[in-house]
Design a protein around this ligand. Structure first.
Ligand code: SF4
Length: 393
């Protein structure tokens, strides 16, 4: 992940803002709001969602949407896929998460035998892009060709992900060639640099709210930014789908998958099923976990892997000034997102009214034909990249 060169795409976003024929839509990832304040002298873990939205508006962005909405969408699709794998046995278990491009890239290069295990659900940004240029555009009366969709992320690897050749589902839907689902990725640090250069007074910014249709999220969407968050979020929804009841308190705070250890495990009972899960961060831990899985022969059902320490809150595009005390800074950011989740009424992705609305008006139901086309993807065996490197060192 670190080897991916950071290319600042703010100039392209500024150009689009200045162009009267463009509509600039920015979607903000879960982890940015737990770290952006550090760039303006705030303590690690300051939760600055409202100021972040206000900042984007001050910089001239037309619509500010929340990638946490798409995190909820990812959970609904990914939990449905997990249930299908367990009950219909159509694909192998364990299912591995696929929302981290660092982990997906690692699998494609170093562990291609695992590709059938990767969830086909796109990452939240991978789902947000095509949904903005179809559903959102239609509901708002916008021409999708005018939309410049920008992802504000903690992640430098997302710059690679949005340029994967298959990320043009909205273009296929509209029959428009060459239209990418997401046009630019800017990181937390790049946004802060842009704001400072533009002379925005951070302290004077009054909290602002997201635009609607794709701006509301559940607590499950919020914790996506933490290691273990995707797992916990998915289990809340899987529980509801399998039992027809809301997730119990033990799943609204699933302590064994929370924390800062590189590998954590839990067994969760849902009805008759005992689901064995594991949460891993960092590629060194992932290698160790895969070796352990092979040697022990233990049957896991669902495994979350994120490339960065602590998950996306520790992403390569996050503020670095406080990284002398890196672990403590990351733990404060993690705590900020759990605190926010705990304070919310809406805790599960499938209960989000905006998620219900997007299925009702557009996608139909999870894993529908349209959902498969727009929200799921395929992966490639890229192990020949190592062979080529060995042949031409
Ligand atoms: Fe990006 Fe790191 Fe998050 Fe993976 S864990 S999506 S590489 S920020």
């Amino acid at each position: 992940v670190d080897s991916i060169t950071e290319r600042d795409e703010c100039p392209q976003v500024q150009q689009a803002i200045a162009d009267p024929n463009k509509v600039v839509v920015v979607s903000t990832s879960p982890a940015v709001r737990a770290a952006l304040g550090e760039e303006f002298g705030m303590e690690p873990g300051a939760f600055v969602e409202g100021k972040m939205v206000a900042l984007l508006r001050a910089l001239g962005v037309d619509y500010v949407l929340d990638t946490n909405f798409a995190a909820d969408l990812t959970i609904v699709e990914e939990a449905s896929e997990l249930i299908r794998r367990i009950t219909q046995k159509d694909q192998p278990l364990p299912q591995f998460t696929s929302c981290c491009p660092g982990w997906v890239h690692f699998t494609e290069i170093y562990a291609p035998e695992l590709l059938p295990h990767l969830s086909t659900a796109k990452s939240p940004i991978g789902m947000q892009g095509p949904t903005v240029k179809t559903y959102f555009a239609k509901q708002m009366g916008l021409d999708p060709r005018q939309i410049v969709h920008v992802a504000l992320t903690p992640c430098t690897a997302k710059k690679f992900e949005i340029r994967r050749e298959e990320m043009h589902a909205a273009g296929d839907y509209h029959g428009i060639q060459g239209m990418r689902d997401t046009d630019q990725v800017i990181t937390t640090r790049e946004l802060a640099r842009w704001a400072k250069a533009a002379g925005v007074d951070w302290n004077a910014l009054e909290d602002s709210a997201y635009d609607s249709l794709m701006g509301k999220a559940s607590g499950a969407g919020v914790i996506f930014g933490n290691t273990g968050g995707v797992m916990e979020a998915a289990l809340r929804t899987a529980y509801a789908y399998l039992t027809g009841q809301s997730a119990p308190q033990s799943l609204l705070q699933l302590d064994p998958v929370r924390g800062y250890e590189g590998v954590r495990e839990a067994q969760v009972t849902i009805g008759e099923l005992k689901i064995q899960v594991a949460v891993v961060y960092g590629t060194a831990n992932a290698r160790r976990f895969l070796a352990h899985m092979k040697e022990s022969g233990k049957q896991y059902h669902f495994v979350e892997v994120m490339a960065c320490p602590g998950g996306c809150i520790g992403g390569g595009g996050q503020p670095k000034d406080l990284m002398k005390n890196a672990d403590e800074t990351r733990k404060s950011r993690i705590a900020a997102l759990y605190q926010r989740d705990g304070a919310m009424e809406l805790r599960s992705s499938h209960e989000n009214p905006e998620i219900k609305a997007v299925y009702e008006a557009f996608y139909g139901e999870p894993l529908s034909e349209l959902a498969e086309q727009m929200l799921h993807t395929t992966y490639y065996d890229r192990s020949d990249m190592i062979k080529r490197k060995d042949e031409n060192p």
